[in-house]
Write a protein that binds this ligand. Structure first.
Ligand code: HXC
Ligand code: NAP
Length: 271
Protein backbone atom coordinates (compact mmCIF):
# COMPACT_ATOMS: atom_id res chain seq x y z
CA UNK A 1 0.00 0.00 0.00
CA UNK A 2 1.44 3.37 -1.02
CA UNK A 3 -0.34 6.50 0.21
CA UNK A 4 2.44 8.96 -0.54
CA UNK A 5 1.00 12.29 -1.66
CA UNK A 6 -2.36 11.45 -0.03
CA UNK A 7 -3.96 13.41 2.81
CA UNK A 8 -5.47 11.31 5.59
CA UNK A 9 -7.50 12.78 8.47
CA UNK A 10 -8.23 10.65 11.57
CA UNK A 11 -10.66 12.15 14.06
CA UNK A 12 -10.31 10.51 17.48
CA UNK A 13 -6.94 9.31 16.20
CA UNK A 14 -4.84 9.72 19.34
CA UNK A 15 -5.24 6.35 21.04
CA UNK A 16 -6.20 2.73 20.56
CA UNK A 17 -7.66 1.53 17.29
CA UNK A 18 -7.83 4.92 15.57
CA UNK A 19 -4.22 5.72 16.42
CA UNK A 20 -3.27 2.32 14.98
CA UNK A 21 -5.07 3.31 11.78
CA UNK A 22 -3.24 6.67 11.64
CA UNK A 23 0.12 4.94 12.19
CA UNK A 24 -0.58 2.47 9.37
CA UNK A 25 -1.29 5.32 6.94
CA UNK A 26 1.86 7.08 8.20
CA UNK A 27 3.92 3.96 7.47
CA UNK A 28 2.42 4.02 3.96
CA UNK A 29 3.82 7.54 3.44
CA UNK A 30 0.64 9.66 3.79
CA UNK A 31 0.29 13.22 5.09
CA UNK A 32 -1.62 12.90 8.37
CA UNK A 33 -3.79 15.03 10.61
CA UNK A 34 -5.25 13.76 13.89
CA UNK A 35 -7.62 15.32 16.42
CA UNK A 36 -9.07 14.60 19.85
CA UNK A 37 -9.84 16.50 23.07
CA UNK A 38 -6.46 16.15 24.78
CA UNK A 39 -3.65 18.32 23.41
CA UNK A 40 -1.10 16.05 25.15
CA UNK A 41 -2.43 12.99 23.32
CA UNK A 42 -2.42 14.94 20.04
CA UNK A 43 1.22 16.01 20.52
CA UNK A 44 2.32 12.50 21.44
CA UNK A 45 0.56 11.02 18.40
CA UNK A 46 1.93 13.60 15.96
CA UNK A 47 5.48 12.75 17.11
CA UNK A 48 4.76 9.01 16.70
CA UNK A 49 3.32 9.52 13.21
CA UNK A 50 6.44 11.40 12.08
CA UNK A 51 8.58 8.58 13.49
CA UNK A 52 6.41 6.01 11.67
CA UNK A 53 7.14 7.61 8.28
CA UNK A 54 4.39 10.19 7.68
CA UNK A 55 5.30 12.68 4.93
CA UNK A 56 3.79 15.33 7.24
CA UNK A 57 1.89 15.09 10.53
CA UNK A 58 -0.15 17.75 12.29
CA UNK A 59 -2.88 17.74 14.93
CA UNK A 60 -5.49 19.80 16.75
CA UNK A 61 -7.48 19.43 19.93
CA UNK A 62 -11.24 19.77 19.80
CA UNK A 63 -14.38 18.01 21.00
CA UNK A 64 -16.52 16.41 18.26
CA UNK A 65 -19.62 17.62 20.15
CA UNK A 66 -18.72 21.23 19.22
CA UNK A 67 -19.70 21.61 15.55
CA UNK A 68 -17.94 24.96 15.05
CA UNK A 69 -14.70 23.69 16.60
CA UNK A 70 -14.84 20.64 14.32
CA UNK A 71 -15.45 22.79 11.22
CA UNK A 72 -12.61 25.18 12.16
CA UNK A 73 -10.22 22.30 12.90
CA UNK A 74 -10.95 20.62 9.58
CA UNK A 75 -10.51 23.91 7.71
CA UNK A 76 -7.11 24.29 9.38
CA UNK A 77 -6.16 20.76 8.27
CA UNK A 78 -7.26 21.57 4.71
CA UNK A 79 -5.21 24.79 4.64
CA UNK A 80 -2.15 22.83 5.75
CA UNK A 81 -2.51 19.57 3.80
CA UNK A 82 -4.91 20.13 0.88
CA UNK A 83 -7.98 18.13 -0.17
CA UNK A 84 -8.77 15.07 1.95
CA UNK A 85 -8.22 11.68 0.25
CA UNK A 86 -9.20 9.74 3.37
CA UNK A 87 -11.35 10.72 6.34
CA UNK A 88 -11.63 8.36 9.32
CA UNK A 89 -14.24 9.32 11.93
CA UNK A 90 -13.71 7.30 15.11
CA UNK A 91 -14.19 9.40 18.24
CA UNK A 92 -16.38 7.51 20.72
CA UNK A 93 -17.33 7.14 24.35
CA UNK A 94 -18.57 4.06 26.16
CA UNK A 95 -19.33 2.78 29.65
CA UNK A 96 -21.44 -0.19 30.73
CA UNK A 97 -24.71 0.95 32.35
CA UNK A 98 -28.28 -0.31 32.55
CA UNK A 99 -30.72 2.10 30.93
CA UNK A 100 -33.00 2.32 33.97
CA UNK A 101 -30.02 3.29 36.08
CA UNK A 102 -28.28 5.83 33.88
CA UNK A 103 -29.33 9.47 33.60
CA UNK A 104 -30.77 10.82 30.39
CA UNK A 105 -27.64 12.95 30.16
CA UNK A 106 -25.46 9.83 30.34
CA UNK A 107 -27.35 8.26 27.42
CA UNK A 108 -27.24 11.53 25.51
CA UNK A 109 -23.49 11.95 26.09
CA UNK A 110 -22.71 8.80 24.13
CA UNK A 111 -25.17 9.68 21.36
CA UNK A 112 -23.67 13.17 21.16
CA UNK A 113 -20.10 11.89 20.83
CA UNK A 114 -20.62 8.83 18.63
CA UNK A 115 -23.55 9.79 16.43
CA UNK A 116 -23.86 13.59 16.38
CA UNK A 117 -20.05 13.83 16.49
CA UNK A 118 -19.93 11.76 13.30
CA UNK A 119 -22.41 14.15 11.66
CA UNK A 120 -20.24 17.12 12.69
CA UNK A 121 -17.12 15.46 11.28
CA UNK A 122 -18.72 14.45 8.00
CA UNK A 123 -20.41 17.79 7.40
CA UNK A 124 -17.29 19.72 8.47
CA UNK A 125 -15.13 17.70 6.07
CA UNK A 126 -17.57 17.77 3.13
CA UNK A 127 -16.23 20.94 1.43
CA UNK A 128 -12.68 19.60 1.62
CA UNK A 129 -13.12 16.05 0.29
CA UNK A 130 -11.34 15.09 -2.92
CA UNK A 131 -13.85 14.72 -5.76
CA UNK A 132 -13.80 12.16 -7.24
CA UNK A 133 -11.86 9.73 -5.11
CA UNK A 134 -12.29 10.47 -1.39
CA UNK A 135 -12.77 7.53 0.97
CA UNK A 136 -14.66 8.06 4.22
CA UNK A 137 -14.53 5.40 6.93
CA UNK A 138 -16.75 5.61 9.98
CA UNK A 139 -15.57 3.45 12.86
CA UNK A 140 -18.64 1.61 14.09
CA UNK A 141 -19.11 -1.25 16.57
CA UNK A 142 -20.94 -4.59 16.73
CA UNK A 143 -23.48 -2.83 18.96
CA UNK A 144 -24.80 -1.25 15.74
CA UNK A 145 -26.47 -4.54 14.80
CA UNK A 146 -26.28 -6.70 17.95
CA UNK A 147 -28.12 -5.79 21.15
CA UNK A 148 -26.08 -6.06 24.37
CA UNK A 149 -27.50 -5.45 27.83
CA UNK A 150 -25.83 -2.44 29.43
CA UNK A 151 -25.13 -0.91 26.02
CA UNK A 152 -28.42 0.60 24.79
CA UNK A 153 -26.79 4.03 24.41
CA UNK A 154 -23.95 2.65 22.27
CA UNK A 155 -26.29 0.37 20.28
CA UNK A 156 -28.52 3.34 19.41
CA UNK A 157 -25.61 5.61 18.51
CA UNK A 158 -23.62 3.17 16.38
CA UNK A 159 -26.72 1.92 14.52
CA UNK A 160 -27.22 5.56 13.54
CA UNK A 161 -23.62 5.81 12.38
CA UNK A 162 -24.06 2.85 10.02
CA UNK A 163 -27.27 4.27 8.59
CA UNK A 164 -25.45 7.54 7.90
CA UNK A 165 -22.77 5.51 6.10
CA UNK A 166 -25.37 3.83 3.92
CA UNK A 167 -27.33 6.99 3.19
CA UNK A 168 -24.34 9.20 2.39
CA UNK A 169 -22.85 6.53 0.14
CA UNK A 170 -25.78 7.47 -2.11
CA UNK A 171 -25.97 11.23 -1.49
CA UNK A 172 -22.22 11.71 -1.88
CA UNK A 173 -21.56 8.75 -4.18
CA UNK A 174 -22.72 10.84 -7.13
CA UNK A 175 -19.75 13.14 -6.43
CA UNK A 176 -17.31 10.23 -6.47
CA UNK A 177 -17.01 9.99 -2.67
CA UNK A 178 -17.08 6.52 -1.12
CA UNK A 179 -18.43 5.96 2.40
CA UNK A 180 -18.00 2.74 4.40
CA UNK A 181 -18.10 1.66 8.05
CA UNK A 182 -15.54 -0.61 9.68
CA UNK A 183 -16.66 -2.61 12.71
CA UNK A 184 -13.82 -3.77 14.96
CA UNK A 185 -14.50 -6.89 17.03
CA UNK A 186 -12.71 -7.24 20.38
CA UNK A 187 -9.38 -5.52 19.91
CA UNK A 188 -6.54 -6.35 22.29
CA UNK A 189 -5.25 -3.71 24.70
CA UNK A 190 -7.77 -0.99 23.85
CA UNK A 191 -9.79 1.28 26.12
CA UNK A 192 -13.11 0.04 24.72
CA UNK A 193 -12.23 -3.59 25.33
CA UNK A 194 -10.99 -2.84 28.87
CA UNK A 195 -14.27 -1.11 29.73
CA UNK A 196 -16.41 -4.04 28.54
CA UNK A 197 -14.13 -6.92 29.50
CA UNK A 198 -12.34 -5.84 32.67
CA UNK A 199 -11.01 -9.22 33.92
CA UNK A 200 -8.66 -11.94 32.62
CA UNK A 201 -11.55 -14.44 32.92
CA UNK A 202 -13.82 -12.35 30.72
CA UNK A 203 -10.97 -11.91 28.21
CA UNK A 204 -10.55 -15.69 27.97
CA UNK A 205 -14.31 -16.36 27.75
CA UNK A 206 -14.52 -13.98 24.82
CA UNK A 207 -11.45 -15.52 23.15
CA UNK A 208 -13.09 -18.96 23.29
CA UNK A 209 -16.12 -17.53 21.47
CA UNK A 210 -14.11 -16.10 18.57
CA UNK A 211 -14.09 -18.61 15.69
CA UNK A 212 -10.59 -17.53 14.59
CA UNK A 213 -9.40 -18.22 18.15
CA UNK A 214 -7.75 -14.92 19.00
CA UNK A 215 -8.55 -11.34 19.92
CA UNK A 216 -8.06 -8.75 17.17
CA UNK A 217 -5.07 -6.41 16.90
CA UNK A 218 -5.22 -2.73 15.95
CA UNK A 219 -3.26 -3.66 12.81
CA UNK A 220 -6.15 -5.93 11.70
CA UNK A 221 -8.49 -2.93 11.69
CA UNK A 222 -5.87 -0.68 10.09
CA UNK A 223 -5.37 -3.20 7.26
CA UNK A 224 -9.09 -3.04 6.44
CA UNK A 225 -8.94 0.77 6.35
CA UNK A 226 -5.89 0.75 4.06
CA UNK A 227 -7.67 -1.64 1.70
CA UNK A 228 -10.95 0.33 1.71
CA UNK A 229 -9.06 3.55 0.93
CA UNK A 230 -6.94 2.03 -1.85
CA UNK A 231 -7.69 1.74 -5.56
CA UNK A 232 -8.39 -1.96 -4.96
CA UNK A 233 -11.66 -0.87 -3.31
CA UNK A 234 -12.64 1.83 -5.82
CA UNK A 235 -16.07 0.21 -6.43
CA UNK A 236 -16.84 -0.52 -2.75
CA UNK A 237 -19.15 1.92 -0.98
CA UNK A 238 -22.06 1.83 1.46
CA UNK A 239 -20.69 -1.26 3.24
CA UNK A 240 -20.35 -2.18 6.87
CA UNK A 241 -17.24 -4.34 7.12
CA UNK A 242 -16.72 -6.39 10.28
CA UNK A 243 -13.11 -7.11 11.30
CA UNK A 244 -13.95 -9.49 14.14
CA UNK A 245 -12.58 -13.00 13.56
CA UNK A 246 -16.18 -14.06 12.71
CA UNK A 247 -17.27 -13.57 16.36
CA UNK A 248 -20.51 -11.88 15.47
CA UNK A 249 -21.74 -14.62 13.15
CA UNK A 250 -22.79 -16.11 16.50
CA UNK A 251 -25.00 -13.11 17.30
CA UNK A 252 -25.00 -11.36 20.66
CA UNK A 253 -24.53 -14.77 22.35
CA UNK A 254 -23.49 -14.98 25.98
CA UNK A 255 -21.84 -11.61 25.84
CA UNK A 256 -25.20 -9.98 25.10
CA UNK A 257 -26.32 -10.98 28.60
CA UNK A 258 -23.06 -11.01 30.52
CA UNK A 259 -22.81 -7.29 31.08
CA UNK A 260 -26.42 -7.03 32.23
CA UNK A 261 -25.85 -9.81 34.75
CA UNK A 262 -22.65 -8.19 35.99
CA UNK A 263 -24.33 -4.78 36.41
CA UNK A 264 -27.38 -6.28 38.20
CA UNK A 265 -25.10 -8.20 40.61
CA UNK A 266 -23.14 -5.02 41.30
CA UNK A 267 -26.41 -3.14 41.92
CA UNK A 268 -27.62 -5.83 44.38
CA UNK A 269 -24.27 -5.82 46.22
CA UNK A 270 -24.49 -2.06 46.63
CA UNK A 271 -28.11 -2.01 47.90
C1 HXC B 1 -23.36 5.69 34.34
C2 HXC B 1 -22.06 7.48 33.59
C3 HXC B 1 -20.89 6.69 33.63
C4 HXC B 1 -21.02 5.31 34.06
C5 HXC B 1 -20.36 8.68 32.95
N1 HXC B 1 -21.67 8.70 33.18
N2 HXC B 1 -19.85 7.46 33.21
N3 HXC B 1 -23.27 6.99 33.93
N4 HXC B 1 -22.26 4.86 34.39
N5 HXC B 1 -19.97 4.49 34.12
C6 HXC B 1 -22.59 9.85 33.05
C7 HXC B 1 -22.20 11.00 33.98
O1 HXC B 1 -22.68 10.80 35.30
C8 HXC B 1 -22.88 12.17 33.28
O2 HXC B 1 -24.27 12.18 33.54
C9 HXC B 1 -22.74 11.83 31.81
O3 HXC B 1 -22.51 10.41 31.75
C10 HXC B 1 -21.55 12.54 31.19
O4 HXC B 1 -20.39 12.24 31.96
P1 HXC B 1 -19.09 13.16 31.93
O5 HXC B 1 -18.04 12.47 32.73
O6 HXC B 1 -19.44 14.56 32.26
O7 HXC B 1 -18.77 13.12 30.36
P2 HXC B 1 -17.47 13.49 29.56
O8 HXC B 1 -16.42 14.12 30.48
O9 HXC B 1 -17.90 14.23 28.40
O10 HXC B 1 -16.86 12.05 29.16
C11 HXC B 1 -17.52 11.22 28.22
C12 HXC B 1 -17.51 9.74 28.66
C13 HXC B 1 -16.06 9.29 29.05
C14 HXC B 1 -18.08 8.93 27.51
C15 HXC B 1 -18.41 9.58 29.90
O11 HXC B 1 -16.08 7.95 29.53
C16 HXC B 1 -15.10 9.42 27.90
O12 HXC B 1 -14.54 10.51 27.68
N6 HXC B 1 -14.83 8.35 27.13
C17 HXC B 1 -13.90 8.37 25.99
C18 HXC B 1 -13.07 7.11 25.95
C19 HXC B 1 -13.89 5.86 25.71
O13 HXC B 1 -15.03 5.73 26.24
N7 HXC B 1 -13.34 4.94 24.94
C20 HXC B 1 -13.98 3.69 24.63
C21 HXC B 1 -14.61 3.74 23.29
S1 HXC B 1 -15.04 2.07 22.88
P3 HXC B 1 -24.93 13.19 34.64
O14 HXC B 1 -26.40 12.91 34.57
O15 HXC B 1 -24.31 12.81 35.96
O16 HXC B 1 -24.57 14.58 34.19
C22 HXC B 1 -16.51 1.95 22.17
C23 HXC B 1 -17.07 0.59 21.74
C24 HXC B 1 -16.37 -0.62 22.31
O17 HXC B 1 -17.10 2.94 21.92
C25 HXC B 1 -16.96 -1.90 21.78
C26 HXC B 1 -16.21 -3.15 22.23
C27 HXC B 1 -16.79 -4.40 21.64
P1 NAP C 1 -10.08 4.96 22.70
O1 NAP C 1 -8.64 4.56 22.79
O2 NAP C 1 -10.73 5.51 23.90
O3 NAP C 1 -10.18 6.01 21.48
C1 NAP C 1 -11.15 7.00 21.41
C2 NAP C 1 -10.53 8.21 20.73
O4 NAP C 1 -11.53 9.23 20.56
C3 NAP C 1 -9.41 8.86 21.53
O5 NAP C 1 -8.45 9.40 20.65
C4 NAP C 1 -10.12 9.98 22.29
O6 NAP C 1 -9.16 10.97 22.64
C5 NAP C 1 -11.14 10.42 21.22
N1 NAP C 1 -12.35 11.04 21.76
C6 NAP C 1 -13.21 10.54 22.68
N2 NAP C 1 -14.21 11.41 22.90
C7 NAP C 1 -13.98 12.46 22.09
C8 NAP C 1 -14.67 13.68 21.85
N3 NAP C 1 -15.78 13.99 22.52
N4 NAP C 1 -14.16 14.54 20.92
C9 NAP C 1 -13.02 14.26 20.26
N5 NAP C 1 -12.33 13.12 20.43
C10 NAP C 1 -12.81 12.24 21.34
O7 NAP C 1 -11.01 3.78 22.20
P2 NAP C 1 -10.87 2.44 21.31
O8 NAP C 1 -11.28 1.34 22.16
O9 NAP C 1 -9.58 2.37 20.59
O10 NAP C 1 -12.07 2.69 20.26
C11 NAP C 1 -11.85 3.38 19.05
C12 NAP C 1 -13.04 3.25 18.12
O11 NAP C 1 -13.28 1.86 17.85
C13 NAP C 1 -14.34 3.79 18.68
O12 NAP C 1 -15.09 4.38 17.64
C14 NAP C 1 -15.04 2.55 19.20
O13 NAP C 1 -16.43 2.73 19.26
C15 NAP C 1 -14.62 1.52 18.18
N6 NAP C 1 -14.66 0.13 18.66
C16 NAP C 1 -13.74 -0.31 19.57
C17 NAP C 1 -13.71 -1.65 19.93
C18 NAP C 1 -12.65 -2.20 20.87
O14 NAP C 1 -12.48 -3.41 21.01
N7 NAP C 1 -11.89 -1.35 21.52
C19 NAP C 1 -14.65 -2.53 19.40
C20 NAP C 1 -15.61 -2.05 18.51
C21 NAP C 1 -15.59 -0.71 18.14
P3 NAP C 1 -9.40 12.10 23.78
O15 NAP C 1 -9.60 11.39 25.05
O16 NAP C 1 -8.14 12.93 23.72
O17 NAP C 1 -10.57 12.91 23.33
Amino acid sequence: MDFSGKTVIVIGGTSGINRGIAEAFAAAGAKLAVASRSQDKVDDTVAALKAAGAAEAIGASFDVRDDQAVADGLEHFHDALGDFDVLVSGAAGNFPALTAEMSVNAFKTVVDIDLIGTVHVMKGAYPFLKRPGASIINISAPQAYLPYEGQAHVCAAKAGVDQITRTLSMEWGIEGIRVNSVVPGFIEGTEGAKRLSPSEDAHEEIRKDIPLGRWGQTQDVANACLFLSSDLASYISGNVLAVDGALYQRGSGRFGQMMGEMLRMKGKAQS
